[in-house]
Write a protein that binds this ligand. Sequence first.
Ligand code: PRP
Length: 213
Amino acid sequence: MRYLKFALAKGRLANKLLDLFENIGITMDEMRDPDTRKLIFTNEELGIEMFLAKASDVPTYVEYGAADIGVVGKDTLLEAGRKLYEVLDLGFGKCRMCVCGPAEAAELLEHGRLIRVASKYPEIARDYFYNRRHQTVEIIKLNGSVELAPIVGLSEVIVDIVETGTTLRENGLTVLDEICPLSARMVVNPVSMKMENARIRELIRRIREQLPQ
Ligand code: PRP
């Protein structure tokens, strides 16, 4: 039997997925060890291999077929824009992609001004401003702590993930518009979907049974 290969986004999503897998009898004990530096884990009995990758690289592994299946946030999938089948909304890691800024910046959006938008997600920001709002903006790519940008005057607004809203609140910022809801998704390589159809469909069916309706 060929190994079914999974690429998982490192961190919280991977741990949640392991819980889900345990419920359907797929165990990867070694992966639970917080001190391990190993990147690939195998369950020989079930013919499964799992590896941990940086979230933004998961769609790449799956598109090229280095992994048959990926588990990653919808934010990363939208930003990467790769040709994958999105087969399951796993329902965890829920948050929202939003346009945020100081309350006064709402006016700049309404009047379609040429503003600067800082984001870790330049493609999502571009799609939102150009295709949904038809507003020309300057997009500035950042790599983290994006909330800083409007505070120090790098940009008027940001496009970023809001989960509890604490980061915004503690920095005097607010949600100006919601772009889309986000959560962890399972994606499949289109060729793997054909070649390993029965195994993958059975896996999806068993996971779906575990998800709240
Ligand atoms: C994310 C996101 C926000 C924050 C939102 O950042 O970019 O900054 O979490 O969460 P909250 O609404 O619950 O406060 P992350 O912690 O991933 O780090 P980063 O700022 O380096 O991207």
